[in-house]
Design a protein around this ligand. Structure first.
Ligand SMILES: C[C@@H]1N[C@@H](c2nc3ccccc3[nH]2)[C@H](O)[C@@H]1O
Length: 450
């Protein structure tokens, strides 16, 4: 074990109320909104297939030209209440908003940078309006903050000279000031989601990342900080040089999930963030320039994430005029209709210890009602769901969540092996079965000798 000054500050999961709330939320809405929404992946008549929030680099646009987009930022149709209503109906319990993405443009009237929403035709504080609207819908708000900053003259990718270190320490102070401002001015903020911390300049300044984590937790006790902020004494990120996770949850699952059998992740809090297109976080004018995931695919990701004790953060990229594109509205509505019936399998849901993952879907254990839920995506031709029960546990009753009078037949076929006979009906969408379990140590079975 190395002696670390800037490594993990604690081991195991935080069990305070704020973290338990963060964990129980399970389903969140990511929002990527900034100047990149104006060109929307197109520049001088050319469409770029890469992530729309990266257009500045894919189209080799100068800082001056890109920054002048701020004079065009005027989302006249922006209605934060409508966004919050849509999110509420979709069933998210939290939202994470880009306060400043790599482009360096701040969506709040920051005292520390002119390059912000106050100096645009729109003028108003977008972060403040979103926090108010989402909180009034009972949705927690977290702030995404990119440490990487293409606009700020003192940003450095690496520290290779005295000038670099002098400039970069100015940058680190600037970022610290902005983060303090966000934590102080928006007191209901529940978490900080750091991005853009992979460059050598940050890896060589792990001390700063711990300082930021401590500062935010001092200003806002209970606030939740992602592992992606953190680098230790030796530049190790997310996990310190002793292998201990830094920050409050592991945030390495970006556009990918752990495999359904990767039970390593259940030992810590973690979150997967996901785009609906293959790789577009900001608004791209051509929605179908890449594959866009269907609601059922997204619901399965939410179920798989919950079954492994993680949170699922689904991304939306609002248009420059402030409207959410219709394709995203429709997906939000479909997911919301599913959540209205099936949310008991998700909210407060987590890993169902000892319940073998099956091909037909996912188990989640609700830590509030202690019930076991089976979320079914693949119905076997036999119509029989095979279940392997943990030692000493049997299934008393099974019923469809959407119709608890629908008693489902179950039959024990061998030691710890159950057949669950699905009712003869169509299942047009993924569905949930509630399983009442009971402890039982009857054992009528003899193992084979081989
Ligand atoms: C959460 C996601 N992380 C950002 C990002 N920055 C990258 C730099 C290099 C390669 C991939 C990246 N994704 C994306 O723009 C989005 O904000």
């Amino acid at each position: 074990k190395k002696q670390l000054k800037y490594g993990a500050q604690y081991k195991g999961k935080r069990e305070d109320a704020a973290m338990q709330k963060w964990r129980s939320n399970r389903f969140g809405q990511f929002i990527h909104w900034g100047l990149y929404a104006i060109p929307g992946g197109e520049w001088k008549g050319k469409t770029y297939p890469y992530a729309a929030e990266f257009l500045k680099s894919s189209a080799h646009i100068s800082n001056a030209t890109w920054d002048s987009l701020s004079y065009k930022f005027n989302p006249v149709k922006f209605d934060p209440k409508a966004w919050a209503k849509m999110a509420k109906n979709m069933g998210v319990k939290y939202m994470t908003i880009t306060t400043k993405h790599h482009e360096g443009f701040s969506l709040w009237p920051s005292k520390y940078s002119e390059f912000n929403v106050a100096n645009t035709p729109y003028k108003k504080d977008i972060i403040g309006a979103l926090v108010k609207a989402y909180n009034s819908e009972g949705i927690d708000v977290n702030f995404y903050y990119s440490v990487l900053d293409w606009h700020h003259p003192d940003w450095r990718y690496d520290i290779q000279s005295k000038e670099d270190s002098i400039a970069f320490s100015r940058y680190l102070n600037f970022a610290q000031n902005q983060l303090r401002e966000l934590a102080e001015n928006y007191p209901t903020v529940k978490g900080f989601w750091f991005d853009g911390t992979w460059d050598k300049s940050i890896k060589k300044n792990g001390w700063w990342t711990l300082k930021i984590e401590k500062m935010l937790k001092e200003i806002r006790p209970g606030v939740v900080v992602n592992s992606r902020l953190r680098a230790d004494d030796f530049g190790s990120r997310h996990f310190d040089s002793n292998g201990d996770m830094m920050g409050d949850y592991e945030s390495g699952y970006e556009r990918r999930l752990p495999s359904p059998t990767d039970t390593q992740v259940i030992h810590r809090d973690w979150e997967a963030c996901m785009t609906i297109p293959e790789n577009q976080w900001g608004y791209h004018k051509k929605w179908d320039i890449s594959y866009t995931k269907t609601p059922f695919e997204l619901i399965e990701m939410l179920a798989q994430t919950t079954s492994l004790g993680g949170n699922f953060l689904l991304n939306f990229g609002p248009q420059a005029d402030g409207m959410i594109r219709t394709e995203e509205q429709q997906i939000a509505e479909t997911i919301g209709n599913w959540m209205k019936i099936n949310h008991p399998a998700i909210y407060n849901g987590g890993y169902a210890k000892g319940w073998q993952r099956q091909d037909w879907g996912y188990f989640t254990q609700n830590e509030k009602d202690k019930k076991l839920y089976a979320i079914v995506f693949n119905i076997p031709i036999s119509g029989i769901l095979k279940i392997q029960t943990p030692e000493g546990v049997s299934i008393g009753k099974a019923s469809l969540l959407e119709n608890t009078n629908s008693k489902i037949t179950i039959k024990e076929i061998a030691k710890r092996q159950i057949n669950l006979y699905l009712p003869k009906q169509s299942f047009p969408a993924p569905f949930v079965i509630v399983l009442d379990t009971a402890n039982e140590n009857k054992n009528n079975y003899i193992d084979a000798k081989t």
